[in-house]
Design a protein around this ligand. Structure first.
Ligand code: ZN
Length: 286
């Protein structure tokens, strides 16, 4: 009876909270954020679970002092941002927001951002570029049937030539992956490799083999991850270089499910009928 009551209260709480308020941050990126932000917004809102507000920083080189979103108003913050540092007060607000239970989703080059911000690197687990190397933490790879943290010296962040590649679930029971195929094809994208960072409280949900034939590492590199940061939940996808990559039903579905999990700790969405399988990529209209 006690469990039923608790479940009923939780269910009511969730129902009352939806749609979740989501904040999507952009404004600077070495990628085409003007093209991808509307796509990310559409993907999130397609789920009917989110109402998205976009916060755009000043352009590169402009005064960032006034950029200070009220993170606490949102259940999840989604970053499409890879640019200049935010003000110290904004960094502190954001770290506190996630620490106290806020959700965070890092998309593709958002894990290139803020190499000098320790809390951010804790949140994303691993990142690339920005002079990241062994000082920032280990590489994280799937080797011999388990996740291995490798502290060997070397650069943090690179990728081979774009191509379609298979994504393999490594935590198939996690709510974000539950019910999805064990392996599915992702459309042509950049496959990030050599990411490194503190990797604390990091769970690798899925990896992809970085093929030396396309300029990769020969390792099974993490592509979908979660991080626990204080009371907060982080979903980190390295996928999504371009609008083309974001058309992948696998990208869209895992983003929707990862964002719901970051916001609530649950995934209530069914697996779509057009989810890709191990042989064939599947796209959805933008
Ligand atoms: Zn890219």
């Amino acid at each position: 009876m006690q469990r039923l009551t608790l479940g009923w209260l939780v269910a009511c709480g969730i129902a009352a909270a939806q749609p979740y308020q989501a904040l999507l941050i952009d404004g600077q990126n070495n990628h085409d954020w003007q093209a991808t932000t509307p796509i990310l917004r559409a993907i999130l809102e397609e789920s009917k679970l989110f109402r998205v507000t976009v916060a755009t920083t000043p352009p590169k080189g402009q005064d960032m002092t006034e950029f200070r979103p009220d993170f606490a108003r949102y259940r999840v913050v989604v970053s499409n941002y890879n640019g200049e540092p935010w003000p110290a007060a904004t960094n502190a607000d954001f770290a506190r927001y996630v620490q106290q239970g806020g959700g965070f989703v890092s998309v593709h080059a958002a894990d290139n951002a803020f190499p000098e911000w320790p809390d951010y690197n804790e949140m994303i687990g691993v990142g690339g570029w920005g002079n990241r190397n062994e000082k920032d933490g280990p590489y994280v790879r799937w080797r011999g049937g388990r996740i291995v943290h490798d502290a060997v010296p070397g650069r943090g962040g690179s990728h081979g030539r774009q191509h379609a590649f298979a994504v393999t679930a490594r935590e198939p029971g996690h709510p974000i992956l539950a019910g999805l195929p064990a392996v599915w094809m992702h459309v042509q994208d950049e496959l990030y490799d050599r990411l490194r960072g503190p990797a604390r409280n990091l769970t690798v949900l899925a990896t992809a083999h970085s093929d030396p034939g396309t300029g990769g590492t020969g390792e099974h590199e993490p592509v979908l991850m979660t991080v626990r940061y204080g009371q907060g939940r982080v979903f980190h996808t390295t996928l999504g270089h371009s609008p083309e990559a974001m058309s992948c039903t696998g990208f869209r579905t895992t983003l929707q499910r990862g964002a719901e999990w970051a916001a609530s700790g649950l995934v209530t969405q069914p697996v779509p009928d057009d989810f890709p399988d191990a042989q064939t990529v599947r796209r959805r209209e933008q």
